[in-house]
Each structure stands twice: as structure tokens, then as C-alpha cells.
Design a protein around this ligand. Sequence first.
Ligand code: SF4
Length: 393
Amino acid sequence: MPNIDSVNFTEECNRCLHCAKPRCKAACPVGNDIPLFLQLVAQGRKQDAVHLIGHPFGEVCGYVCPHEQQCQGGCVLSARKAAVAVGAVERAVFADNPYKLQRVGQLAKGRRIAVVGGGVAGLTFASKLYEQGAFVTIFERKKLLSTLWLIPDFRLPRQALKRIEEQAAGKFSVVEQNVDAAKLAELTKQFDVVFLSTGAQKLYTLGVKGEEFSTPFSVFLDSESEFRKKCVNFNGKKIVVIGGGNTAMDCARLAARKGSIVTVAYRRTRSDMPAFDKEAAAAQEEGVQFIYNVAPIAIEKQNSLVLTLAQTESEGRGKLIVTDQVRNMSCDVVVSALGSSFDNSIVDGCNGDIRHSFTNVYIGGDASGGKTVAEAVHDALTEAQKAIESFGR
Ligand code: SF4
């Protein structure tokens, strides 16, 4: 990640060629008008640039998006010299000029909106409807943006999240409540629109003997959890992280930075790992070891933990064979970081598609498939537009 301080904004923004068909824009999951954004920043119109992006998560995207694979990867200048440092510009511009959440229109005036899940998609949808005059209630059983708060601060500074919370404060009613299928049906009657953005709450488990001796990534990363409170001294501890996604890299880097000896065990090859290249490279630079083509088959508790791993044979992200060849690893902590999925029980009884059962329900974020932050924002903006248009019918 380029150092924000090293970016001279005007100079950097003026490097943009304003291509007739901007590939940066095509490569951005949100479809941001990046050349215009850069032009506004170069002209000193930073608040206009922030509002051009049109949602509160620009700074977060600036930190967690894989720019090298998205906007910067698409930039024509990447082949000649270096891509315009869009991510660095985005981070700094939003930090100094937070997205101002305010009433700007009346297209949803007086409408009552329920948002189920206060994550990235939920808060984006809530913001767009609030801006158009709606009264928004967010149902969230944990805290707002709880998934983002799990991302370690070396990857996503706490201030970026606090700025979003400050803007959201007092704009929405927040109800701390779990919403099940029955409650969801009730909400569809009480509110004009319901946005379902519960995120991926169901953790994938290892499914092995001794699973209870492993620590779920959500507990490992949560600084408020009992595990983190007790495990204050990671220094010199041997930690094995099972998984190959960004969350696994977060766990590994967090432990490595606290002085642990960390190994990531992934069941396929390096090129198959779902983690962004920059996250895997950062983990490696910080001393994390990787072993590939291994799958956990048991965890035993002796003096320390003994993790048994079986060799696997894989074909890309497809076929996976677990062989009889096993090895044991002694360690202090096994972290299960296999990711999570949408909990389908909330849409039980809807014949597979909730939109067929309730015409006033919109869905976004992980609730409509595994998503990055930018993809969740894109979903929410698209669904918010549809909801707003529905009021005019
Ligand atoms: S591709 Fe690069 S040079 Fe072209 S408009 Fe986008 S940022 Fe500017």
C-alpha cells in the first residue's frame, strides 16, 4: 500500500490521462467515475469528489480493496510506469472530508424502511434511503459494522470506522435484535421496504475430531472476546491458521505481529488461495510460513495441541482428494478461518427466493452471495435505487 503521505495529490491526480474508455472505471466493482474523481481532487473540490463516490465507504474501500486487481490493475498507466494511486488518494481524501450524511432529496420522503443487518451493505442502503427522506430502522444483533471491526487496525484504521459511525449517529433508529423468518415476515408488513443484508453469519467449521480445541477466527480477531483478553501474551506461541482467505491472513498477521510463530495451512495450492495477493504477500513478509495442499483431520489436546494434517491433491478450486499421508504439528493455538456463509434459515419457507414471497424485500451484500466491501456497496446502491424507483410507481 503506497504511503498516503508520499502521495502528492495534485501531481498524482494530474497523471490521469482521462481515457475515453477508462479501464479503471470498468475494473471498479462499484463503477466509480475515477477520472472525474481524480479531476475534482486535483481542482481542490474534495467534498464534491467524496459525494461523487456517493456512499460512506470510500475510505474503507481505499484500505481494503485489492486496487492492484481492480481500478489500478485496469489503469492504462500500469503498463507504462505506475498506475495512478487511486486507493491512496481515496483514503486520504475521505479521511479529511468524511462523506456527509444529510437529507438531499424527497424521493423516499416519509417512507419507513427496515434494514436487517448493519454491515456495509445495510449501512449503504440505509444511507441512500435516508438521504431521500426515509425513516430507517436498522435491526442488528451485534454492533454496527461488526465484521469491519474484526479487520485488524494495521489493515483498516479504527478512525476510518469511527468517521462512518459519527456520520450515522442519530440518523437511524438502531434496534438490537435478531431477525428470524417469522420476524422478517412481520417486518414486511410493518415497513414499506425491508432490506435484507444479514451478512455471512454462519461460520464454516473444520468438521474434525477435536474441533472444540480450535478457535474460530471471529473470536481470535475480536479484541473484546474472552480469548483475546486471556491470551495477552502471544509472544513465542506456535499458532496454526487453517484457511486461505483474507480473514486467515488477518489472523496470521495479527499473531505474527505479536511475536507468535505462525503457520497458515491451506488445502489447495498458493495460486488457488482466495486471499488477495497483497494480503498473502504481506503475511509472508511478516514471517508467516505457509503449507499448501493439507487438510486438518484431527486436533488432540495433550500438553499443547496436536494438529493432524493430511496431504491433499487438488485440481484448481475444483476436485480435492484427501490422501492417507498424514503429519502431526504441535502448537498452542489452532485458528479455524474457513470463512462463513449466509444463514438460510431466515428465508426458510420462501421457496428459495424471498423476493417471490415478499415484493417489498430487497437483498444485498453477503446475503446474496460472498462479497467484498466494494461488491456489497455496489449491491446496496443498486437495490436502493430500485427501492426508490418503486415509490414512484
Ligand atoms: S485508466 Fe488510468 S489514466 Fe485512464 S482514466 Fe483511469 S486512472 Fe486515468
